[in-house]
Design a protein. Sequence first.
Length: 166
Amino acid sequence: MLIFGRISIWPTKSVIFAAPNDVRIEDVEIPKIGEDDVLIKIEAAAICNMTDMHFLKGEIPDIKYPLPPGKPGHECCGVIIETGKNVNSLSVGDKVVLGPLYALSCGICSYCIKGMQELCEKPLEDDFAYAEYLKVPTKYCYPLADNVSFEEGVHRFACVRPSRGI
């Protein structure tokens, strides 16, 4: 995928959970970032047994399919390829691990009230990690040390909420 400004030469891909036991890879648009966001090229994403497998099997009541592109992916690492104009703490080329994206829950839907934020009906962000590119607010990005691989980062750190760089 080559990106020149905001123009992509080829479409980007995302996993789509179309129905229980029906997972597809489809073309999607590259997310557009806001002033406080970064665009990350995903290098590694983990499959969470606590949520993702239940989405796959259709075991979560009242979930409507198809799920948004990239959902339920919430454990990932990647490289920043674009920053919003208000982003000062991170730069293009930085390796980052993300705090769990289900931390972006609405806090008011029936699942959030029950303490099941990973199933939020109205997440505050609509981009998820099972895609080539992810838009995320900078406050959920944590620097990943150069000596830590993306695979190690996603398995050791992406499912926790780090307090500082890793």
